[in-house]
Design a binder for this molecule. Structure first.
Ligand code: ADP
Ligand code: MG
Length: 323
């Protein structure tokens, strides 16, 4: 595809994230339906061109577990990234609509994400860096694919918000400033799987710390909530001339949550809930706080629960057409 903005007809708003917004569009000359992500970046022309070059390697990413890439172009002051449209949307939207996701489906999600991560790392040495339910997409053919992986170092650097990448799915070692590794993605996968299986974000109730109950509703999953809150925080600070950090404002709460992730035991699929023990064990191994003890996506593909998902005859296509 030779993509030009004039050839893309907007059909529907799909969602807003930290870096920008996503629209369902039609590439009129070829009648292809696509998802167009618009990222506002605050960068020099040379950097913007560099980002486009870096995004180019997405053309070489071919896996049934990775969203296909149609192309990217500059549309001042944005970068537009056109990708495969997934008609059932992301898993956060799905569980918010249908409630807790059947554990058998969650097993298939785990399998798909591990396959996608293993492909990205083994073939392209790419680490995803942003695994969360809104970056795991589903279509009416029952396929599950990941999107929004960190192909472009310059893009990661350029997104104008320093809180991008600070997310509640972040691993303890990342919070403490260690380098990203494939094992950080495994942690984020573990948190995401609990969220899907329970139908709620795991940190919102597991925290017995009374301060943390403030998060419910407001500090909902993901970096978007953080960012919105941060904007509000900035405004408040302007109003109150810089005292809000001492007053137990939202900024403190974010730090408390990050501290909680670092200092407290990891969340689990609780034994009293009726999940298969293989699922509990899998999630526990994703959420080992020591990254050296945590396995890689490739190693986890050999886990009993994943083998079961691979062997299962569960019909994801039928499932995906129930909502
Ligand atoms: P976030 O992932 O933080 O929610 P994004 O800007 O990446 O923010 O995406 C916004 C929303 O757009 C997502 O939550 C998802 O539901 C939807 N979306 C993104 N990419 C696609 C796609 N390829 N097909 C269908 N929906 C998509
Ligand atoms: Mg996304």
């Amino acid at each position: 595809y030779d993509l030009r903005n004039e050839d893309l007809k907007d059909l529907q708003e799909l969602g807003q994230g930290n870096g920008g917004s996503v629209k369902k569009v039609e590439h009129v000359p070829t009648k292809t339906i696509m998802a167009k992500k618009i990222v506002l970046i605050d960068a020099k022309p040379s950097v913007r061109k560099q980002i486009l070059r870096e995004l180019h390697i997405m053309h070489d990413c071919h896996s049934p577990y990775i969203i296909s890439f149609y192309g990217a172009f500059l549309s001042d002051p944005n970068i537009c990234i056109c990708m495969e449209f997934m008609d059932k949307g992301s898993l956060d939207g799905i569980y918010k609509k249908i409630g807790a996701v059947d554990i058998e489906v969650v097993g298939h999600v785990a399998l798909a994400v591990l396959e996608g991560l293993t492909y990205l790392y083994d073939i392209h040495r790419i680490i995803h860096r942003d695994i969360k339910p809104s970056n795991i997409l589903c279509n009416s053919r029952g396929q599950i694919k990941i999107c929004d992986f960190g192909v472009s170092g310059e893009l990661i650097n350029s997104i104008a918000d320093t809180f991008v990448g600070t997310s509640t799915y972040m691993s303890p070692e990342r919070i403490q400033g260690a380098q990203y590794t494939v094992k950080s993605d495994v942690w984020s996968l573990g948190i995401s799987l609990i969220e899907l299986a329970l139908g709620r974000f795991p940190f919102s109730e597991s925290a017995d710390d009374s301060d943390l109950s403030d998060f419910e509703g407001t500090l909902s999953p993901g970096s978007m909530g953080l960012s919105a809150k941060r904007e509000k925080e900035k405004k408040d600070r302007r109003k109150s001339k810089g005292v809000s950090l001492q007053g137990g404002g939202m900024m403190m709460s974010i730090l408390e949550l990050l501290q909680h992730i670092v200092n407290e035991p990891a969340p689990r699929l609780t034994p009293e809930s009726r999940f298969p023990k293989e699922a509990e064990d899998f999630v526990d191994s994703c959420l080992l706080k020591d990254p050296d003890a945590r396995k890689t996506p490739k190693e986890l593909l050999k886990h009993e629960w994943i083998e079961q998902a691979r062997a299962s005859t569960f019909d994801l296509e039928t499932w995906a057409n129930t909502f």
